[in-house]
Write a protein that binds this ligand. Structure first.
Ligand code: HAM
Length: 404
Protein backbone atom coordinates (compact mmCIF):
# COMPACT_ATOMS: atom_id res chain seq x y z
CA UNK A 1 0.00 0.00 0.00
CA UNK A 2 1.28 3.48 -0.84
CA UNK A 3 0.55 6.15 1.76
CA UNK A 4 0.77 9.93 1.61
CA UNK A 5 4.18 11.31 2.62
CA UNK A 6 4.85 12.07 6.29
CA UNK A 7 3.49 15.48 7.24
CA UNK A 8 1.11 15.57 4.25
CA UNK A 9 -2.55 14.66 4.36
CA UNK A 10 -5.63 14.13 2.26
CA UNK A 11 -8.68 16.24 2.89
CA UNK A 12 -11.98 14.51 2.23
CA UNK A 13 -15.63 14.57 3.33
CA UNK A 14 -16.14 16.68 6.47
CA UNK A 15 -12.57 18.02 6.40
CA UNK A 16 -12.69 19.15 2.80
CA UNK A 17 -16.05 20.83 3.54
CA UNK A 18 -14.32 22.77 6.32
CA UNK A 19 -11.52 23.69 3.97
CA UNK A 20 -13.92 25.03 1.33
CA UNK A 21 -15.96 26.89 3.96
CA UNK A 22 -12.83 28.68 5.26
CA UNK A 23 -11.57 29.57 1.79
CA UNK A 24 -14.95 30.81 0.51
CA UNK A 25 -15.52 32.87 3.66
CA UNK A 26 -12.05 34.44 3.40
CA UNK A 27 -12.50 35.13 -0.32
CA UNK A 28 -15.91 36.76 0.25
CA UNK A 29 -14.51 39.11 2.91
CA UNK A 30 -11.25 39.96 1.11
CA UNK A 31 -13.28 40.87 -2.01
CA UNK A 32 -15.26 43.31 0.11
CA UNK A 33 -11.93 44.90 1.04
CA UNK A 34 -10.99 45.24 -2.66
CA UNK A 35 -8.67 42.23 -3.14
CA UNK A 36 -8.36 40.37 -6.46
CA UNK A 37 -7.31 36.77 -7.01
CA UNK A 38 -3.70 36.00 -7.93
CA UNK A 39 -2.33 32.55 -8.76
CA UNK A 40 1.43 32.07 -8.81
CA UNK A 41 3.44 28.86 -9.43
CA UNK A 42 4.16 26.46 -6.58
CA UNK A 43 7.69 25.98 -7.92
CA UNK A 44 10.03 28.98 -7.99
CA UNK A 45 13.77 29.56 -8.22
CA UNK A 46 15.32 28.85 -4.81
CA UNK A 47 17.06 32.21 -4.78
CA UNK A 48 13.67 33.96 -4.61
CA UNK A 49 13.11 32.58 -1.10
CA UNK A 50 16.76 32.89 -0.07
CA UNK A 51 16.68 36.58 -0.85
CA UNK A 52 13.24 37.38 0.56
CA UNK A 53 12.53 35.06 3.49
CA UNK A 54 16.26 35.21 4.36
CA UNK A 55 19.24 32.81 4.27
CA UNK A 56 19.47 32.74 8.06
CA UNK A 57 15.78 31.98 8.66
CA UNK A 58 14.82 28.41 9.66
CA UNK A 59 12.48 28.25 6.65
CA UNK A 60 15.34 28.73 4.17
CA UNK A 61 18.16 27.24 6.26
CA UNK A 62 16.44 24.01 7.29
CA UNK A 63 13.00 23.55 5.76
CA UNK A 64 13.04 24.13 2.01
CA UNK A 65 11.88 21.46 -0.44
CA UNK A 66 14.74 22.35 -2.73
CA UNK A 67 16.07 20.32 -5.67
CA UNK A 68 17.69 20.56 -9.06
CA UNK A 69 15.20 20.11 -11.92
CA UNK A 70 15.98 18.21 -15.12
CA UNK A 71 17.34 21.40 -16.67
CA UNK A 72 19.82 21.86 -13.83
CA UNK A 73 17.89 24.77 -12.26
CA UNK A 74 17.95 25.19 -8.47
CA UNK A 75 14.23 25.24 -7.65
CA UNK A 76 12.07 25.08 -4.54
CA UNK A 77 8.46 24.27 -3.64
CA UNK A 78 7.19 27.53 -2.14
CA UNK A 79 7.38 27.62 1.67
CA UNK A 80 5.11 30.70 1.74
CA UNK A 81 3.13 32.90 -0.63
CA UNK A 82 4.46 36.46 -0.29
CA UNK A 83 7.74 36.03 -2.20
CA UNK A 84 6.00 34.62 -5.30
CA UNK A 85 3.40 37.39 -5.30
CA UNK A 86 6.13 40.04 -5.04
CA UNK A 87 8.08 38.35 -7.86
CA UNK A 88 4.95 38.36 -10.01
CA UNK A 89 4.21 42.01 -9.11
CA UNK A 90 7.68 43.04 -10.30
CA UNK A 91 7.65 40.75 -13.36
CA UNK A 92 4.34 42.30 -14.50
CA UNK A 93 5.96 45.76 -14.05
CA UNK A 94 3.24 46.82 -11.63
CA UNK A 95 5.95 48.40 -9.47
CA UNK A 96 6.42 51.03 -12.18
CA UNK A 97 2.81 52.19 -11.79
CA UNK A 98 3.76 54.16 -8.71
CA UNK A 99 0.51 55.98 -8.04
CA UNK A 100 -1.65 52.89 -8.25
CA UNK A 101 -2.51 50.45 -5.51
CA UNK A 102 -2.77 46.70 -6.02
CA UNK A 103 -4.39 44.19 -3.71
CA UNK A 104 -4.13 40.44 -4.23
CA UNK A 105 -5.50 37.41 -2.43
CA UNK A 106 -4.36 33.81 -2.91
CA UNK A 107 -4.72 30.39 -1.36
CA UNK A 108 -2.96 27.12 -1.89
CA UNK A 109 -0.38 24.64 -0.65
CA UNK A 110 2.92 25.65 0.98
CA UNK A 111 5.79 23.27 1.80
CA UNK A 112 8.13 23.30 4.78
CA UNK A 113 10.25 20.31 5.74
CA UNK A 114 9.57 20.68 9.47
CA UNK A 115 9.25 17.98 12.12
CA UNK A 116 5.55 17.06 11.81
CA UNK A 117 3.37 17.36 14.90
CA UNK A 118 -0.18 18.41 15.73
CA UNK A 119 -0.87 21.60 13.74
CA UNK A 120 2.49 21.43 11.97
CA UNK A 121 2.51 19.85 8.53
CA UNK A 122 5.03 19.61 5.73
CA UNK A 123 2.36 20.43 3.19
CA UNK A 124 -0.16 22.90 4.56
CA UNK A 125 -2.45 25.50 3.03
CA UNK A 126 -2.57 29.24 3.46
CA UNK A 127 -5.03 31.91 2.51
CA UNK A 128 -3.17 35.20 2.16
CA UNK A 129 -3.51 38.82 1.05
CA UNK A 130 -0.85 41.27 -0.13
CA UNK A 131 -1.47 45.00 -0.53
CA UNK A 132 1.00 47.06 -2.60
CA UNK A 133 1.45 50.82 -2.86
CA UNK A 134 -0.06 51.97 0.45
CA UNK A 135 2.46 53.34 2.94
CA UNK A 136 -0.12 54.54 5.46
CA UNK A 137 -0.51 52.67 8.75
CA UNK A 138 -4.26 52.86 8.08
CA UNK A 139 -3.66 49.97 5.68
CA UNK A 140 -1.95 47.91 8.42
CA UNK A 141 -4.99 48.52 10.58
CA UNK A 142 -7.42 47.68 7.76
CA UNK A 143 -5.69 44.35 7.15
CA UNK A 144 -5.91 43.46 10.85
CA UNK A 145 -9.57 44.45 10.79
CA UNK A 146 -10.15 42.24 7.74
CA UNK A 147 -8.59 39.21 9.45
CA UNK A 148 -10.81 39.96 12.47
CA UNK A 149 -13.84 39.94 10.13
CA UNK A 150 -12.78 36.59 8.67
CA UNK A 151 -12.40 35.00 12.13
CA UNK A 152 -15.70 36.50 13.27
CA UNK A 153 -17.49 35.04 10.23
CA UNK A 154 -15.89 31.66 10.98
CA UNK A 155 -16.86 31.86 14.69
CA UNK A 156 -13.24 31.77 15.92
CA UNK A 157 -11.84 33.56 18.97
CA UNK A 158 -8.22 34.77 18.99
CA UNK A 159 -5.55 36.75 20.76
CA UNK A 160 -3.94 39.45 18.59
CA UNK A 161 -0.26 40.18 19.25
CA UNK A 162 1.43 43.20 17.69
CA UNK A 163 4.92 44.65 17.54
CA UNK A 164 6.99 47.03 15.44
CA UNK A 165 10.19 45.83 13.81
CA UNK A 166 11.35 49.35 12.96
CA UNK A 167 12.94 50.45 9.71
CA UNK A 168 16.45 50.92 8.27
CA UNK A 169 16.80 54.05 10.45
CA UNK A 170 16.05 52.53 13.86
CA UNK A 171 16.69 48.80 13.35
CA UNK A 172 20.51 48.82 12.79
CA UNK A 173 21.39 50.73 16.02
CA UNK A 174 18.95 48.54 17.96
CA UNK A 175 20.46 45.43 16.41
CA UNK A 176 23.92 46.51 17.57
CA UNK A 177 22.59 47.17 21.10
CA UNK A 178 21.04 43.74 21.15
CA UNK A 179 24.25 42.09 19.91
CA UNK A 180 26.14 43.82 22.76
CA UNK A 181 23.60 42.57 25.29
CA UNK A 182 23.60 39.01 23.89
CA UNK A 183 27.39 38.82 23.74
CA UNK A 184 27.57 39.64 27.44
CA UNK A 185 25.31 36.72 28.39
CA UNK A 186 26.53 34.47 25.55
CA UNK A 187 27.67 31.63 27.86
CA UNK A 188 24.18 31.21 29.28
CA UNK A 189 22.29 31.24 25.97
CA UNK A 190 21.39 28.01 24.14
CA UNK A 191 23.45 26.74 21.20
CA UNK A 192 20.98 28.03 18.58
CA UNK A 193 20.96 31.51 20.10
CA UNK A 194 24.75 31.58 20.20
CA UNK A 195 24.78 30.91 16.48
CA UNK A 196 22.10 33.54 15.89
CA UNK A 197 24.10 36.30 17.61
CA UNK A 198 26.11 36.54 14.41
CA UNK A 199 23.61 35.24 11.81
CA UNK A 200 20.30 36.77 12.92
CA UNK A 201 20.34 38.28 16.44
CA UNK A 202 16.70 39.47 16.26
CA UNK A 203 15.53 35.83 16.07
CA UNK A 204 17.04 35.22 19.52
CA UNK A 205 14.08 37.19 20.89
CA UNK A 206 11.58 34.44 20.06
CA UNK A 207 13.71 31.49 21.24
CA UNK A 208 11.45 28.99 23.00
CA UNK A 209 14.16 27.91 25.49
CA UNK A 210 13.05 28.94 29.01
CA UNK A 211 16.53 29.96 30.16
CA UNK A 212 17.01 32.17 27.12
CA UNK A 213 13.58 33.71 27.66
CA UNK A 214 14.36 34.57 31.28
CA UNK A 215 17.68 36.19 30.25
CA UNK A 216 15.83 38.18 27.62
CA UNK A 217 13.53 39.90 30.12
CA UNK A 218 16.28 42.49 30.56
CA UNK A 219 17.23 42.77 26.88
CA UNK A 220 16.88 46.12 25.09
CA UNK A 221 13.45 46.44 23.44
CA UNK A 222 13.09 47.83 19.94
CA UNK A 223 9.68 49.21 20.84
CA UNK A 224 11.50 51.66 23.18
CA UNK A 225 14.00 52.85 20.56
CA UNK A 226 11.89 53.30 17.42
CA UNK A 227 12.57 56.34 15.25
CA UNK A 228 9.89 59.07 15.21
CA UNK A 229 8.23 57.76 12.04
CA UNK A 230 7.98 54.12 13.27
CA UNK A 231 6.96 55.23 16.75
CA UNK A 232 4.25 57.50 15.33
CA UNK A 233 2.88 54.70 13.12
CA UNK A 234 2.88 52.17 15.94
CA UNK A 235 1.05 54.57 18.28
CA UNK A 236 -1.46 55.33 15.54
CA UNK A 237 -2.07 51.59 15.00
CA UNK A 238 -2.68 51.11 18.72
CA UNK A 239 -5.04 54.08 18.76
CA UNK A 240 -7.04 52.72 15.82
CA UNK A 241 -7.29 49.25 17.38
CA UNK A 242 -8.56 50.80 20.61
CA UNK A 243 -11.07 53.03 18.88
CA UNK A 244 -12.47 50.07 16.90
CA UNK A 245 -12.56 47.85 20.00
CA UNK A 246 -10.13 45.28 18.63
CA UNK A 247 -8.26 43.88 21.61
CA UNK A 248 -4.53 43.29 21.28
CA UNK A 249 -1.34 42.63 23.23
CA UNK A 250 1.96 44.31 22.53
CA UNK A 251 4.64 41.60 22.39
CA UNK A 252 8.06 43.22 22.08
CA UNK A 253 9.59 39.79 21.34
CA UNK A 254 7.33 39.10 18.35
CA UNK A 255 9.82 39.02 15.47
CA UNK A 256 8.20 36.55 13.00
CA UNK A 257 10.18 33.80 11.28
CA UNK A 258 10.70 35.62 7.98
CA UNK A 259 13.27 38.36 7.46
CA UNK A 260 11.39 40.76 5.19
CA UNK A 261 9.31 42.62 7.76
CA UNK A 262 9.68 46.24 8.80
CA UNK A 263 7.42 48.33 11.03
CA UNK A 264 4.15 46.53 11.88
CA UNK A 265 4.32 42.80 12.64
CA UNK A 266 1.38 40.84 14.02
CA UNK A 267 0.18 37.37 14.85
CA UNK A 268 -3.25 35.95 15.62
CA UNK A 269 -3.00 33.17 18.18
CA UNK A 270 -5.55 30.63 19.44
CA UNK A 271 -5.42 29.03 22.89
CA UNK A 272 -7.46 26.03 21.76
CA UNK A 273 -5.21 24.13 19.35
CA UNK A 274 -2.10 23.21 21.32
CA UNK A 275 1.46 24.42 20.95
CA UNK A 276 1.26 25.36 17.25
CA UNK A 277 -1.03 28.21 18.16
CA UNK A 278 -0.41 30.84 15.44
CA UNK A 279 -3.44 30.87 13.16
CA UNK A 280 -2.43 33.91 11.09
CA UNK A 281 0.55 36.19 10.79
CA UNK A 282 1.80 39.08 8.76
CA UNK A 283 3.00 42.62 8.67
CA UNK A 284 4.56 45.36 6.62
CA UNK A 285 7.42 44.68 4.23
CA UNK A 286 8.25 48.05 2.65
CA UNK A 287 11.75 47.06 1.46
CA UNK A 288 11.04 43.71 -0.17
CA UNK A 289 9.98 44.89 -3.66
CA UNK A 290 13.18 46.94 -3.95
CA UNK A 291 15.23 44.11 -2.49
CA UNK A 292 13.98 41.81 -5.28
CA UNK A 293 15.07 44.41 -7.88
CA UNK A 294 11.73 46.21 -8.26
CA UNK A 295 11.00 49.90 -7.75
CA UNK A 296 10.61 50.75 -4.08
CA UNK A 297 6.95 50.04 -3.16
CA UNK A 298 5.42 49.93 0.31
CA UNK A 299 3.53 46.70 1.04
CA UNK A 300 1.71 44.89 3.82
CA UNK A 301 0.04 41.50 4.02
CA UNK A 302 -0.82 38.39 5.99
CA UNK A 303 -1.49 34.68 5.64
CA UNK A 304 -3.65 32.37 7.68
CA UNK A 305 -3.06 28.67 8.19
CA UNK A 306 -6.10 26.81 6.89
CA UNK A 307 -5.43 23.44 8.61
CA UNK A 308 -5.05 25.11 12.02
CA UNK A 309 -8.28 27.03 11.48
CA UNK A 310 -10.04 23.82 10.44
CA UNK A 311 -9.55 22.65 14.04
CA UNK A 312 -11.48 25.65 15.33
CA UNK A 313 -14.14 26.53 12.81
CA UNK A 314 -17.82 26.27 13.62
CA UNK A 315 -19.47 24.70 10.59
CA UNK A 316 -22.92 25.98 9.66
CA UNK A 317 -25.61 23.27 9.92
CA UNK A 318 -25.91 21.42 6.64
CA UNK A 319 -29.59 21.04 5.86
CA UNK A 320 -31.01 18.67 3.28
CA UNK A 321 -30.79 20.08 -0.23
CA UNK A 322 -31.68 19.19 -3.81
CA UNK A 323 -33.09 16.09 -5.46
CA UNK A 324 -32.31 12.40 -5.49
CA UNK A 325 -33.88 10.85 -8.61
CA UNK A 326 -34.25 7.13 -9.36
CA UNK A 327 -36.45 4.61 -11.14
CA UNK A 328 -38.02 1.29 -10.11
CA UNK A 329 -37.70 -0.44 -13.50
CA UNK A 330 -35.00 -0.33 -16.19
CA UNK A 331 -37.36 1.36 -18.70
CA UNK A 332 -37.82 4.27 -16.26
CA UNK A 333 -34.05 4.84 -15.95
CA UNK A 334 -33.79 6.29 -19.49
CA UNK A 335 -36.40 8.89 -18.57
CA UNK A 336 -34.34 10.16 -15.65
CA UNK A 337 -31.83 12.17 -17.65
CA UNK A 338 -34.21 14.80 -18.99
CA UNK A 339 -35.84 15.08 -15.53
CA UNK A 340 -32.36 15.59 -14.02
CA UNK A 341 -31.43 18.27 -16.58
CA UNK A 342 -34.66 20.14 -15.83
CA UNK A 343 -33.91 20.19 -12.09
CA UNK A 344 -30.19 20.94 -12.39
CA UNK A 345 -31.08 24.37 -13.72
CA UNK A 346 -31.92 25.34 -10.14
CA UNK A 347 -31.02 22.47 -7.80
CA UNK A 348 -28.38 19.95 -6.88
CA UNK A 349 -29.29 16.54 -8.36
CA UNK A 350 -28.06 13.04 -7.50
CA UNK A 351 -29.02 10.40 -10.08
CA UNK A 352 -29.29 6.67 -9.30
CA UNK A 353 -28.92 4.53 -12.44
CA UNK A 354 -29.78 1.16 -10.90
CA UNK A 355 -33.52 0.33 -10.78
CA UNK A 356 -34.52 -0.25 -7.16
CA UNK A 357 -37.51 -0.61 -4.86
CA UNK A 358 -38.93 2.58 -3.35
CA UNK A 359 -37.53 1.84 0.11
CA UNK A 360 -34.00 1.52 -1.29
CA UNK A 361 -34.37 4.86 -3.10
CA UNK A 362 -35.54 6.56 0.09
CA UNK A 363 -32.42 5.24 1.83
CA UNK A 364 -30.29 6.51 -1.06
CA UNK A 365 -31.84 9.99 -0.78
CA UNK A 366 -31.07 9.95 2.93
CA UNK A 367 -27.45 8.98 2.33
CA UNK A 368 -26.82 11.98 0.05
CA UNK A 369 -28.80 14.30 2.34
CA UNK A 370 -31.28 15.21 -0.43
CA UNK A 371 -34.40 17.18 0.42
CA UNK A 372 -36.55 15.47 -2.21
CA UNK A 373 -36.68 11.85 -3.27
CA UNK A 374 -38.14 11.55 -6.79
CA UNK A 375 -38.92 8.09 -8.18
CA UNK A 376 -40.32 6.94 -11.54
CA UNK A 377 -42.26 3.75 -10.72
CA UNK A 378 -43.93 1.37 -13.16
CA UNK A 379 -47.27 3.24 -13.23
CA UNK A 380 -45.60 6.65 -13.20
CA UNK A 381 -43.54 5.65 -16.25
CA UNK A 382 -46.66 4.68 -18.20
CA UNK A 383 -48.37 7.97 -17.27
CA UNK A 384 -45.20 10.09 -17.71
CA UNK A 385 -45.27 11.10 -14.08
CA UNK A 386 -42.88 11.11 -11.15
CA UNK A 387 -43.51 10.42 -7.46
CA UNK A 388 -41.86 13.02 -5.20
CA UNK A 389 -41.41 13.02 -1.43
CA UNK A 390 -40.31 16.16 0.44
CA UNK A 391 -38.13 14.63 3.16
CA UNK A 392 -38.33 17.71 5.40
CA UNK A 393 -42.09 18.39 5.20
CA UNK A 394 -42.79 14.64 4.88
CA UNK A 395 -45.27 15.31 2.04
CA UNK A 396 -45.75 13.16 -1.05
CA UNK A 397 -47.07 14.12 -4.50
CA UNK A 398 -47.21 12.80 -8.06
CA UNK A 399 -46.21 15.28 -10.77
CA UNK A 400 -46.25 15.27 -14.59
CA UNK A 401 -42.76 15.10 -16.12
CA UNK A 402 -43.44 18.40 -17.86
CA UNK A 403 -44.17 20.11 -14.50
CA UNK A 404 -41.22 18.58 -12.60
P1 HAM B 1 3.85 32.52 8.50
O1 HAM B 1 3.62 33.06 9.87
O2 HAM B 1 5.10 31.79 8.26
O3 HAM B 1 3.73 33.77 7.52
O4 HAM B 1 2.65 31.57 8.11
C1 HAM B 1 1.30 32.01 8.22
C2 HAM B 1 0.45 30.93 8.87
O5 HAM B 1 0.61 29.68 8.20
C3 HAM B 1 0.84 30.63 10.31
O6 HAM B 1 0.26 31.56 11.20
C4 HAM B 1 0.24 29.24 10.49
O7 HAM B 1 -1.14 29.33 10.80
C5 HAM B 1 0.39 28.61 9.13
N1 HAM B 1 1.55 27.68 9.10
C6 HAM B 1 2.85 27.99 9.01
N2 HAM B 1 3.60 26.87 9.01
C7 HAM B 1 2.76 25.83 9.11
C8 HAM B 1 2.92 24.40 9.16
N3 HAM B 1 4.13 23.83 9.08
N4 HAM B 1 1.80 23.62 9.27
C9 HAM B 1 0.59 24.19 9.33
N5 HAM B 1 0.36 25.53 9.28
C10 HAM B 1 1.43 26.34 9.18
C11 HAM B 1 3.90 33.69 6.19
O8 HAM B 1 3.98 32.66 5.56
C12 HAM B 1 3.91 35.05 5.51
N6 HAM B 1 4.05 34.85 4.07
C13 HAM B 1 2.66 35.84 5.85
C14 HAM B 1 2.63 37.18 5.18
C15 HAM B 1 1.96 37.52 4.06
N7 HAM B 1 3.28 38.26 5.57
C16 HAM B 1 3.05 39.25 4.74
N8 HAM B 1 2.25 38.82 3.80
Amino acid sequence: MINALRGMKDLTFEESERFVHIVTTAIGISKKYGYNYIETPILEESKLFKRSVGESSDIVGKEMYQFEDKGGNDVCMRPEGTAGVVRSFIQAKLDRRQNEKFKFYYYGPMFRYERPQKGRLREFHQFGCESFGEASVYEDFTIIQMIGDIFKALGIGYDLQINSLGCPTCMPPYRQNLINFLTECQDELCEDCNRRITTNPIRVLDCKNEKCQSLLTNSPKLINSLCDSCDGDFKKLVKLLKSENISYHIDSNLVRGLDYYSKTAFEFVSNNIGSQSAIAGGGRYDKLVEFLDGKSTPAVGFALGIERIMELVQMPEISREGYYIGAMKQEGVDALFSLASQKRATDKVTLEYAPKKLKAHLKGADRVNARYCAVVGEDEFKEQKVWVKDLIQKQESVINWSDF
